[in-house]
Design a protein around this ligand. Structure first.
Ligand code: PMV
Length: 366
């Protein structure tokens, strides 16, 4: 896996490095000047990382280290595509909306340090699914941004010393960079099944996508609009005001071995049980905040009840939720039609996904 990520991502192929003669000083404008050398654009696509066991809460300090371990699966059907070019200041646009530069400042500062470059980055990111609505768009967003910045920096136009360009940053280092933006993004660089340990600086893949080819994930989109409370703010409130925060962190650590074993054995019933304990306990800690946090919508509860009924009938439909009202349901391919039919009857939009692969990047010229 690590080799795959390195090959596809941070080390663009020779023939694609057509921007070799680019003058970095002239690279600010996206419009090609007649006669000027072509401008390199790094393009990266990543899938969001759906947590089966949840990261919720940060360790102290400013490093964005998770307080709980998280175990996740990559969602092949959802994609974030990010295009990054050299500019005169750092700038990020997501689905056409300029983002708050402060949110990105630590990320870009660390990116320059890690990649050994001085350049500024202009990034435009497009999602095939609603952003900031509890569908982990920040995981795929920061993963794609990290890999795209590394790909651009590795081009001659990036201005990195030759020895830095020759040695692309390891997947672990890129994962640590992505984590600065959003801890779940540390996982989203990798495909398949991924672990980010409690306090971990980077994530690692436990098994590739083909570990469990029959696994399917139905994403039930309950609301398309962005949530009112970001997970960052909600986590901080949970940590500082919820009497259940510490018990939540303790129970999350205790849950990990059982869930990892169930995943490695492809035992959906055991994994599903651990998933449910994880998300219900995460929400229990939020419900006890001051003021309380409630991301659920009436449709979320209807979907949870529908999964309960399916399981009572012997069909393995195991749901989870994140910081938003959407419900994601794991099941096996042969039971998918029945699960689909039951959830569709509730009038929600369903996106069907397999387990996804790693983030991928390449260099283009414009
Ligand atoms: O990485 P963030 O800040 O977007 O937080 C992710 C939080 C959850 O989606 C609720 C859980 C997780 O592990 O992805």
């Amino acid at each position: 896996m690590s080799r795959e990520l390195r090959r596809r991502g941070a080390a663009p192929s020779r023939e694609r490095e057509a921007g070799e003669a680019v003058d970095p000083g002239a690279a600010d404008s996206p419009a090609a000047v007649p006669g000027a050398p072509p401008l390199p654009v790094a393009v990266c696509t990543a899938s969001p990382s759906l947590a089966l066991l949840k990261y919720w809460g940060k360790r102290g300090g400013r490093k964005n280290l998770p307080a709980t371990p998280s175990l996740a699966v990559s969602l092949e059907a959802l994609k974030t595509t990010t295009r990054v070019r050299i500019a005169d200041r750092d700038e990020v646009i997501v689905d056409g909306k300029p983002q708050d530069p402060e949110r990105y400042a630590p990320f870009f500062a660390e990116a320059r340090r890690l990649l050994g470059v001085e350049i500024r980055f202009h990034a435009e990111s497009v999602n095939t699914f609603p952003a900031a609505a509890g569908l982990a768009s920040s995981s795929s967003g920061f993963a794609a941004l990290a890999l795209a910045c590394a790909t651009l920096a590795a081009s001659p136009a990036g201005g990195a010393p030759a020895r830095r360009r020759a040695a692309a940053p390891s997947p672990a280092r890129l994962s640590a960079l992505a984590r600065l933006g959003s801890a779940s993004a540390a996982r989203a660089l990798f495909g398949g099944f991924v672990l980010l340990p409690a306090g971990g600086r980077f994530a690692r893949q436990l098994a590739p996508a083909d570990h469990w080819p029959e696994l399917r994930i139905l994403v039930a989109v309950v609301a398309e609009e962005a949530k009112e409370l970001s997970s960052r703010v909600a986590m901080e409130r949970t940590k500082t005001t919820s009497p259940y925060y510490r018990p939540w962190v303790r129970s999350a650590a205790a849950e990990l071995p059982e869930a990892v074993e169930a995943l490695m054995r492809r035992d959906l019933e055991r994994l599903g049980g651990a998933m449910r304990r994880s998300y219900f306990r995460m929400f229990a800690s939020m419900l006890a905040c001051d003021p309380p946090i409630l991301y659920w919508a009436p449709e979320s509860l209807a979907l949870i009840r529908a999964c309960e009924r399916l399981r009572a009938e012997g069909i393995g439909a195991w749901e989870t939720m994140d910081a938003g009202p959407q419900v994601k349901v794991l099941c096996l391919a042969h039971e998918l039609p029945r699960v689909r039919q039951r959830l569709e009857a509730l009038g929600v939009r369903l996106i069907e996904s397999r387990v996804g692969g790693p983030a991928e990047a390449h260099l283009e010229v414009s």
